[in-house]
Design a binder for this molecule. Structure first.
Ligand SMILES: Cc1ncc(COP(=O)(O)O)c(C=O)c1O
Length: 372
């Protein structure tokens, strides 16, 4: 055995050893066990998942598929054709992968050499710094402005200092706001690769994918996790200039998109109408939730173009609110970061989830302020 007590083993990267790791969400069964509750009592409003699940066609197609014993198509030919049809940009621009997360990883490793910097417009999705650090890159944090719009001057300054890659989510997670066309143009004018993360685009009804073929520094990322209810199958894709798509196809793991994910993506794309009914239900529920939250005195829900609401907590600790909801099986997202320490993020669930959540919040308010 090697004695590791005095020094780190020389075969590991010290920067990786000191990485904090991404904090993933726990599945409902694990949460239920931890909380001593039946799994049906869990309202999972912490990961922006789709409460209505996938299209019924997905289960049928998975059951009918006959080739699980064979490696899946490494070129994702059928999937890319179907995606091209869905988004209106040619298949030669599309690269599919195991969730938008994998595309983030591929494009980051294509762009950053160890020591290179990427702009992270905080607060935003926590995978960006994680993936940059794993690639040996540096994170150039640029804080969003008070209204959570991106700070173009700050980004320009970071690029002037050498940052090569810019991550911008629209709608942004967790703030829910979208980037404007003017902001996108300003980003594209910079000498950097812009990764526009549109994981929630279907809820916003707005996408910049059509800009990809005319811009050699724009990558748009999309996923089936949210609108299509496929978070568990890991299905995402990127739309990029052809020279980047060719490179990504060359350097990705050959069978990165498993057979089940390919089958499920195809089945979903044959039922866009059915899935969009669920998307619209979620959008309507988001607005109903926001109205109901207006009556909770210690919460201020921000407007959102996605399937979640970021809520500012005042007069109470956000962590206490998170904890007290959790004790009842209502799981929302709490952040351990200084920027968001007095916020919680609530994913939009079914109407019964909204009603349960709002009743629980009102009860928390009453126990704090005392009944009249
Ligand atoms: C902004 C953003 N991008 C990407 C993802 C990850 O998507 P996927 O499940 O396809 O990896 C998420 C998931 O929460 C997200 O919020």
């Amino acid at each position: 055995m090697n004695d590791m007590s005095n020094s780190l083993p020389r075969w590991l990267r010290p920067d990786v050893l000191s990485m904090p790791g991404y904090e993933p969400v726990e599945p409902p069964e694990v949460l239920a066990r931890r909380l001593g509750l039946p799994v049906e009592a869990i309202a999972k409003l912490d990961a922006n998942e789709n409460p209505y699940g996938p299209s019924p066609r997905v289960g049928e197609a998975l059951a009918d598929y006959k080739s699980y014993h064979l490696y899946p198509d490494p070129a994702h030919g059928e999937v890319r054709e179907a995606l091209a049809n869905y988004i209106g940009v040619g298949a030669e621009h599309i690269v599919a992968g195991s969730g938008a997360d994998e595309l983030l990883d591929i494009v980051t490793r294509m762009s950053l050499a160890p020591g290179d910097a990427a702009v992270d417009n905080v607060p935003t999705f926590g995978m960006y710094p994680f993936i940059v650090q794993l690639a040996g890159g540096r994170v150039a944090k640029v804080s969003r402005r008070d209204d959570f719009t991106i700070d173009l001057d700050g980004i320009k300054a970071a690029v002037a200092q050498g940052a090569k890659l810019i991550f911008a989510a629209t709608p942004n997670n967790p703030t829910g706001n979208v980037a404007t066309a003017g902001e996108i143009d300003a980003l594209l004018a910079l000498d950097a690769l812009v990764v526009l993360d549109e994981a929630y685009a279907e809820f916003a009804g707005k996408s910049y994918v059509k800009l990809v073929p005319q811009n050699d520094n724009l990558i748009v990322l999309r996923t089936f996790s949210k609108w299509a209810g496929l978070a568990g199958l890991r299905a995402g894709y990127g739309i990029m200039p052809q020279y980047l798509a060719e490179l990504a196809m060359r350097v990705k793991m050959p069978y990165n998109l498993n057979a089940a994910a390919q089958v499920a993506m195809l089945a979903s794309l044959q039922d866009v109408g059915g899935l969009m009914i669920n998307v619209n239900k979620i959008i309507n529920e988001r607005e109903r939730l926001r109205e109901k939250l207006a009556a909770v005195p210690f919460l201020r829900a921000l407007p959102s173009s996605a399937n979640f609401l970021l809520c500012e907590v005042s007069g109470l600790e956000a962590k206490d609110v998170w904890h007290r909801l959790r004790e009842q099986g209502i799981i929302v997202r709490y952040y351990h970061t200084a920027l968001l320490s007095n916020y919680i993020r609530i994913s939009v669930g079914r109407p019964q989830d909204t009603d349960r959540l709002v009743a629980a919040l009102q009860e928390i308010g009453e126990t704090v302020h005392g009944r009249a």
